[in-house]
Write a protein that binds this ligand. Structure first.
Ligand SMILES: NC(=O)c1ccc[n+]([C@@H]2O[C@H](COP(=O)([O-])OP(=O)(O)OC[C@H]3O[C@@H](n4cnc5c(N)ncnc54)[C@H](OP(=O)(O)O)[C@@H]3O)[C@@H](O)[C@H]2O)c1
Length: 259
């Protein structure tokens, strides 16, 4: 048995690909969603049909009571989580600093930063060997945006992901001797609903691709594979790392829309 995995934002995109990959590797999988119950239920149905054990778990990661409820539900229905992937995230509107709106900034930080932190807190409480747990592994999904301040109009989003990076390194040090490994994966532009303008518009996609060393964007599975590997025992001495799944990274100054 690989373990019990909660994936926030597991219903779509990189989170959904992670659920599929983890189920294939034998994890019992909890698929978290916030609003799209249909997508979560459809994925759970698919995983069950493939012989996996899976449940859907409603909860807004920006809401503390929801986060506690999610962990309680997973613990009751599948067992105490041994693995957590924080993939829930929002892109935020394309905004230059002079156009910043408080509400959009607050949502970005609440979901991408505080949501990740609250989920890590609940995981630490349950996984830490210093608190009676059996340890675990956590992957926080950051972004290559954190490394360049984001493409134009994405500085706030980039800042939210830089916060995830810094937090994850500090958290990894704090729980390193408590049986918990913490890492981040930093995706480059990946074709999901979040990047629908890149996915659905060929000229935008080509412009983005020309800024990436490998000259292409990624599929969600190309993020799921390193995420699930980092959760696995094959990565048993890796903690506090930031893994760039970026197609070789940026080669020139970039245009808009990438996350
Ligand atoms: N796609 C990229 O190019 C890219 C690049 C770098 C980093 N990332 C990061 O990768 C992660 C996944 O992105 P994606 O492209 O897979 O996005 P996506 O396709 O838009 O999916 C987002 C997922 O997050 C969930 N979600 C959003 N807000 C939530 C909340 N408050 N509470 C719980 N769940 C919430 C959504 O659930 P509902 O549908 O139910 O709302 C959905 O399952 C994000 O953290 C993103 O910042 C993406």
């Amino acid at each position: 048995m690989a373990g019990i995995l909660l994936v926030t934002g597991g219903s779509r995109g990189i989170g959904a690909a992670t659920c599929r990959r983890a189920a294939k590797n034998g994890y019992r999988v909890a698929v978290n969603y916030r609003s799209d119950k249909t997508a979560a239920d459809k994925l759970v149905h698919e995983l069950l049909a493939g012989g996996a054990t899976a449940i859907s778990v409603h909860g807004d990661v920006a809401n503390e009571a929801d986060v506690i409820g999610m962990f309680d539900q997973v613990s009751a229905e599948l067992g105490v989580p041994t693995a957590l992937v924080n993939s829930a995230g929002v892109g935020g509107a394309h905004m230059e600093v002079a156009e910043f709106e408080l509400q959009t900034l607050e949502l970005l930080m609440r979901v991408n930063v505080i949501g990740t932190m609250l989920c890590c807190r609940e995981a630490a409480i349950r996984m830490s060997t210093a608190r009676g747990g059996t340890g675990g592994a956590i992957v926080n999904v950051s972004s290559m945006a954190a490394t360049i301040g984001g493409r134009p109009g994405n500085s706030a989003y980039a800042a939210s992901k830089a916060a995830v990076d810094a937090f994850s390194v500090g958290f990894a040090k704090e729980v390193g001797a408590q049986g918990i490994r913490v890492n981040t994966v930093r995706p480059g532009v990946t074709l999901t609903d979040m990047t629908s303008t890149v996915r659905d518009n060929e000229s935008v996609r080509k412009a983005i691709e020309s800024t990436i060393a490998m000259n292409r964007t990624a599929e969600a599975e190309e993020m799921a594979n390193p995420i699930v590997w980092l959760l696995s025992d094959e990565a048993s001495f890796i903690s506090g790392a930031r893994l760039d799944a970026s197609g070789g990274g940026f080669v020139i100054g970039a245009s808009t829309s990438g996350k």
